[in-house]
Design a protein around this ligand. Structure first.
Ligand SMILES: N[C@H](CCC[C@H](N)C(=O)O)C(=O)O
Length: 284
């Protein structure tokens, strides 16, 4: 079976995009297909697979699968690339439109033309802080803001934020010393996070800038994580390192994202989206 695909990335966080307006895939095959396409040796190579789907409630829908075949609920870098793709392919008629995700519908605005969309702004909605929304073990309505979290013999100060997917944010003095590889794989599977967690380390530079690194649930270390950058900005503001309504520059390994947690509660993310490959994948 020849499957048409587009490989795109947001700051180096790459996915293989399949447009289900043109292709039919079996639900039971999706997890294995994501693993297969993500494999750099026998597949195409990416952090996972993203499906562009018809939607009853929005202009289009998006589903994200991690490298290990697990399905996430949303994806910031993915949303920007989906917005670029559907606008450039004239699947939507306006530069502002809705995208349905498993974490709810979001509004995207593309910057550019149908010939070339350079960047995209997405209203990522309202973050959720209660343990039950992360989800995280403990009193359901409590939030977790710089709370002690014992792991691997260390006690870390952890802030938990859901952007529709779960994030554990820790602040460090030097991002280059962040224990990403030591703690990422352990925390992402810690039983206190019943659905796993995306693990982020942040070094505050000043009130409007931070360094950021991520170990993603289901994909490991990636170059960037859009929902993670949103979660890190919310965590920085909750810990009074930054302020609401300010545009925060998040320096990720793959580049910069511009995030604002506005006083109406919504988190706004702006950043690049790049198409690198279009082709056909020969599936046995
Ligand atoms: N890279 C994505 C996040 C994927 C999240 C996924 N790892 C999960 O929640 O399982 C982003 O740009 O937001």
């Amino acid at each position: 079976m020849r499957i048409p695909f587009t490989k795109m990335h947001g700051l180096g966080n790459s996915y293989i995009y399949i447009n289900l307006f043109n292709v039919t895939l079996k639900e039971e095959e999706l997890s294995d297909l994501a693993k297969e396409l993500s494999n750099p040796n026998t597949g195409i190579g990416s952090d996972g697979m993203i499906l562009i789907t018809p939607s009853q409630s929005s202009d289009v829908g998006m589903r994200i699968f991690n490298k290990d075949g697990s399905e996430g609920k949303t994806c910031g870098n993915g949303l920007r690339c989906v917005a670029k793709y559907v606008f450039e392919n004239e699947m939507v008629k306006t530069s502002i439109f809705q995208i349905e995700t498993k974490a709810g519908n979001v509004t995207a605005e593309v910057h550019g033309t149908t010939d070339y969309v350079e960047s995209v702004t997405v209203d990522m909605g309202v973050p959720h802080l209660e343990r039950q929304s992360i989800p995280m073990q403990g009193p359901a309505s409590d939030s977790v803001i710089s709370e002690p979290f014992d792991v691997n013999g260390d006690t870390l100060q952890l802030t938990a934020v859901s952007m529709g997917n779960p994030h554990a944010v820790m602040f460090v003095d030097d991002i280059n010393q962040a224990p990403l590889y030591e703690l990422g794989p352990v925390m992402t599977k810690d039983s206190r996070f019943s659905e796993g967690v995306n693990v982020e380390f942040v070094e505050i530079i000043n009130k409007t800038e931070m360094h950021f690194r991520v170990w993603e649930r289901g994909s490991g270390v990636t170059q960037a994580c859009g929902t993670g950058a949103c979660a890190a900005t919310v965590a920085a503001i909750l810990n009074e390192y930054a302020e609401r309504d300010q545009l925060i520059t998040v320096h990720l390994a793959g580049g910069d994202l511009f995030i604002k947690w506005s006083s109406d509660g919504h988190v706004w993310m702006t950043g690049a989206a790049v198409t690198t490959v279009e082709g056909y994948y020969n599936k046995d």
